[in-house]
Write a protein that binds this ligand. Structure first.
Ligand SMILES: Nc1ncnc2c1ncn2[C@@H]1O[C@H](COP(=O)(O)O)[C@@H](O)[C@H]1OP(=O)(O)O
Ligand SMILES: [Mg+2]
Ligand SMILES: [Mg+2]
Ligand SMILES: [Mg+2]
Length: 354
């Protein structure tokens, strides 16, 4: 008998792999087609195209499942040139392996169906049933500058994350490669591109990102912390996304002297899960911002399955069961299980929560 969620994992990995072909094409071949969303954050033709391709694969294989995805098609409905550019990409992006491509259920028919697919991601989320969370490009700013970004997909069942997949086209294939935040454009793709997965109770893996069928996988595990002062911690590039000042103070109190590694996207979760870094701190900068479930679901599971603990600043597990945002949580503290209590204590001390 196959393991629980074997089919979901297989489809999710192939869908992320196919979407990453599209995002890489956008990066290398095209003007990125950047437009601004209502909240002023950037979105590119890559974000829309990748979301359409992932949702098409999910709809073909799991038609009854709900989907929470970051983007919506409204902007494309009244912008024919933008829509056409995205359709050109979506209609010509396939996995090079015919069996893998056919497992994803075949091509999207036309532009209209593409818009419909994008809008299938409008579920409100919640605590009941099977719900996928998609961030087609997480770290759009990193993507645009040739830094880190991630194609993110997770399956929640009754509010609990069961399967998580992160495609990180700009992370090194080598799990042991030293962590650097800056992998700027102009460098080649050689040795880069990693697909991370986790299934609840089954551990976490990494494998090279390919353009066809899945490459062989390796188990990944966080580094056990023996001396927290020797740890490396990761944080956002954007000072507006997490509190760099508080994070620096926490690191200092923990005796950490290594400079923080700044990178965009859930590549931070993947990097600590594979033991390339140790701690991910995301302390709130604003009293009102609610983290989105698609920015955390896959990374949270992959880190926990690799031997980590992930909580908010109050020490609560991230709660994916209440809608499209993590409305019951503030910030993120991710560290190896053995070191997490010590890190959390200092987080709370610095934020005066105790
Ligand atoms: N004020 C904010 N605080 C925390 N995260 C934010 C904030 N605004 C946007 N984000 C989201 O943080 C994620 C990137 O995190 P990081 O900086 O760690 O790479 C993005 O998904 C981004 O959303 P968006 O996709 O809308 O830009
Ligand atoms: Mg965005
Ligand atoms: Mg995101
Ligand atoms: Mg995004």
């Amino acid at each position: 008998m196959s393991s629980p969620y074997a089919k979901e994992l297989e489809i999710a990995q192939l869908a992320v792999q196919r979407a990453a072909i599209l995002t890489k094409r956008v990066f290398h071949e095209k003007a990125k087609g950047t437009v601004s969303k209502d909240d002023k954050s950037p979105v590119t033709i890559g974000d829309f195209g990748a979301q359409a391709l992932i949702i098409a694969a999910l709809k073909a294989n799991f038609p009854a499942d709900e989907i929470v995805a970051e983007e919506e098609a409204a902007q494309l409905r009244d912008d024919a040139p933008l829509r056409q550019t995205i359709w050109d990409l979506v209609s010509t992006t396939q996995l090079s392996d015919a069996a893998a491509e056919s497992a994803l259920g075949g091509a999207i028919k036309d532009e209209d169906e593409m818009l419909t697919m994008i809008d299938h991601g409008a579920s409100k989320g919640g605590a009941k049933g099977r719900i996928w969370a998609i961030d087609p490009i997480d770290g759009t700013k990193g993507f645009l500058r040739g830094g880190q970004y991630a194609v993110c997909l997770a399956l929640m069942v009754d509010g609990d994350v069961k399967v998580g997949v992160l495609g990180c086209p700009n992370l090194p294939v080598d799990d042991a490669a030293p962590l650097t935040g800056s992998m700027e454009s102009g460098q080649t793709d050689e040795g880069k591109g990693c697909l991370f997965s986790g299934v609840l109770g089954q551990g976490a893996t990494s494998r090279p990102l390919t353009t066809g069928s899945l490459a062989p996988e390796k188990k990944i595990a966080m580094k056990a912390i023996t001396d927290i002062a020797a740890a490396t911690f990761c944080e956002s590039v954007e000072a507006g996304h997490s509190a760099h000042g508080d994070q620096a103070e926490i690191a200092k109190k923990l005796g950490i002297t290594n400079p923080s590694v700044r990178m965009d996207s859930q590549a931070k979760y993947a990097s600590i899960a594979r033991g390339a870094g140790d701690i991910y701190l995301r302390l709130p900068v604003s009293a009102t911002y609610q983290e989105k479930i698609w920015d955390h679901a896959a990374g949270d599971l992959i880190v926990r399955e690799a031997g980590g603990a992930v909580t908010d600043i109050h020490g609560k597990r991230l709660d994916f069961s209440i809608g499209r945002t993590l409305a019951n949580n503030k910030g993120v503290v991710a560290a190896p299980v053995g070191g997490h209590p010590q890190v959390l204590a200092v987080v709370q001390e610095v934020l005066s929560l105790k």
